[in-house]
Write a protein that binds this ligand. Structure first.
Ligand SMILES: Cc1cc2nc3c(=O)[nH]c(=O)nc-3n(C[C@H](O)[C@H](O)[C@H](O)COP(=O)(O)OP(=O)(O)OC[C@H]3O[C@@H](n4cnc5c(N)ncnc54)[C@H](O)[C@@H]3O)c2cc1C
Length: 542
């Protein structure tokens, strides 16, 4: 064994949720919740409690029940009764996260399922904002805005068929539009949050006494405390986001590179020059699992092709069909880019610049099927929660400034190498995905695939026809512990290197990442808005 190779000392997290505790003394609270939202929206049967115990990665404690408010008033009354009972309130959006964000650190917890609060309240085309209830999915919001030729600048994560606005504002999130417009929270100008005691708290543009929610800053930004907070500060009920006209022209371009640092250089150059609406880079591990080996039926491939033709035209369809997937097999590092602009001339100029910059970094042009396919059908069912061989999947990520990108990728690769022996023993596969954020951020997302048993929640969130064609694997504690340990080591590395993360949940070491004075102030602020610490205990490590 090489000197710096890592033995596995971590204990594998449990494969199944803990058995639900007896409702006993809490039955009175459950009855009160039933009175507020009705029996059909109060989920306290064993299978329901077990479902709400899992995120897409694992489980901690099993809640007493889940409750789904349909109005802000119901949400406020739920908070008040749970507060009086001293029972934790854990907000859950689309349930698409994997960093313990909506998992329970106490058995005496109620999940607040926000998905019934899903109305689009106002699309203001004159003042260019949209006000939406926080349980609305990104897919629903985008469809409503598209009908009016509008868009939020960042317009959702890849999980947006299920992931909701409140989830992304609590996690912070990047993908569609992020190359130009940054992350989810940067789009938010107003919020209404229900606090631990049931107070309905207006913030940002929602705080103004008379007038419209058109501008975020009016005096100090108190709303900032509630964004990217992992739901630790309160439950987001309503949000107002900026709008823009949809760019009418788009082109796709892709390049292969022989080294990660060359690809990182090109991604950074694209980001600085404002070229890509979305720019992502894959290493061979990620590319193979997600594009080359991906399990899809002929019918699905055909349906995707039709969607490509519908959105990009027949020429785009032909390009995707002719390229197939095989071309990616020999590409060590692949960069996939979507370019958009108001005019065809604008897109053409950006396209020309893109080719020049990629060439200068040693990139070789290749078919640009990936972003074409992604744009044809942006919000697909979350079938990629399992790998192509039925393996479990989980990512972790950090964001660094461009100047640190190549170095951080090398550190991630060095960490992978230290686990070569354990990875081979337990059949753990690794890879990474790179994404640029505005002109300032470089996101590095290490990903893990490992053989292990499925979580029960996958039966509810993945398509049965997709699950049916994947092998069912046995539980594998050794592989699970290996991934846990590598993921933890990466989280510690990110703090050490001054990288930042989104999706903080209860996983990232946020308490260690902040300067002590900043951490102390955050703790004080938590005590002001949630003195009894009943809202999502453990989120942000508070
Ligand atoms: C297949 C797949 C693809 C993904 N793609 C992307 C991607 O492209 N980009 C990306 O950034 N992430 C991605 N993710 C991660 C995740 O889906 C996103 O971060 C997403 O924004 C989570 O939203 P959600 O509604 O599912 O939140 P949840 O998972 O339900 O919750 C996330 C956190 O937000 C809190 N929360 C939710 N709603 C509220 C509320 N109303 N008030 C207060 N707190 C609340 C929860 O307590 C929790 O801490 C992906 C995940 C999967 C499984």
């Amino acid at each position: 064994m090489p000197d710096d190779s890592r033995p596995i000392t971590a204990t594998a997290p449990a494969a199944k949720p803990k058995a639900p505790v007896d409702l006993g003394a809490h039955q009175g609270l459950i009855d009160q919740l039933r009175q507020i939202v009705g029996s059909d929206q109060t989920m306290s049967a064993t299978d329901e409690r077990l479902f709400y115990a899992e995120d897409t990665y694992r489980s901690l404690e099993t809640p007493l029940a889940a409750v789904a408010p349909g109005t802000v008033d119901e949400l406020s009354r739920i908070a008040a009764v749970c507060g009086r009972a001293g029972v934790a309130l854990v907000p859950r959006g689309g349930g698409m996260s994997y960093t313990d964000g909506y998992l329970h650190t106490r058995a005496a917890s109620i999940t607040v399922d926000m998905r019934r609060l899903n109305k689009i309240v106002e699309i203001n085309e004159t003042d260019m904002y949209v006000t939406v209830e926080c349980g609305c999915t990104w897919a629903e919001l985008n469809a409503a805005l598209k009908a009016k030729n509008l868009r939020t600048p960042y317009w959702g994560p890849l999980s947006g068929l299920r992931a909701v606005v409140g989830g992304a504002l609590s996690q912070n999130s990047v993908f569609f539009g992020s190359g130009l417009y940054g992350s989810a929270v940067e789009q938010c100008i107003g919020l209404t949050v229900v606090l631990a005691d049931g107070t309905v708290q207006p913030l940002g543009a929602h705080a103004i006494q008379n007038g419209k929610p058109f501008m975020k800053h009016y005096g100090p930004d108190m709303m900032g405390l509630f964004l990217a907070d992992a739901g630790a500060m309160g439950m987001k009920a309503l949000a107002t986001l900026r709008l823009m006209r949809r760019p009418e022209h788009r082109k796709h371009v892709a390049f292969g590179f022989s080294t990660a640092s060359a690809m990182a250089g090109a991604l950074s150059a694209f980001s600085r020059e404002g070229i890509a609406a979305e720019a992502m880079g894959f290493d061979a591990g990620q590319q193979s699992a997600r594009a080359v080996e991906a399990k899809r039926s002929f019918k699905e491939d055909l349906s995707t092709l039709f969607k490509v033709i519908e959105t990009g035209g027949i020429l785009d369809g032909i390009k995707v069909a002719v390229a197939g997937r095989g071309y990616l097999k020999d590409v060590p590092y692949g960069m996939h880019v979507a370019i958009e602009d108001k005019t065809a001339e604008g897109v053409a100029a950006l396209f020309k610049k893109a080719r020049k910059l990629a060439k200068a970094s040693g990139g070789k042009a290749m078919p640009a099927s990936i972003t074409r396919i992604v744009h044809a059908d942006p919000f697909v069912p979350p079938d990629s929660i399992l790998g192509p061989k039925g393996e479990r999947w989980v990512p972790v990520h950090c964001i660094v400034p461009h100047s640190q990108a190549a170095d951080m990728i090398a550190k991630v690769q060095a960490l992978y190498a230290r686990y070569d022996e354990a990875k081979a023993k337990h059949q753990v596969r690794t890879g990474f995905l790179l994404v640029t954020v505005g002109n300032y951020g470089f996101l590095i997302e290490p990903v893990f695939f490992w053989p292990d048993a499925r979580l029960a929640m996958y039966d509810k969130i993945m398509r049965p026809e997709h699950l049916a064609r994947l092998p069912v694997l046995a539980a594998d504690e050794g592989a699970r512990a290996t991934v846990l340990q590598m993921r933890e080591e990466l989280a510690a590395l990110f703090v050490q290197e001054g990288a930042v993360s989104m999706q903080l949940g209860k996983f990232y070491h946020y308490d260690k990442a902040l300067k002590p004075e900043a951490w102390a102030l955050l703790q004080k602020m938590k005590s002001v808005v949630d003195p009894a610490h009943i809202v999502n205990p453990g989120a942000l490590k508070l």
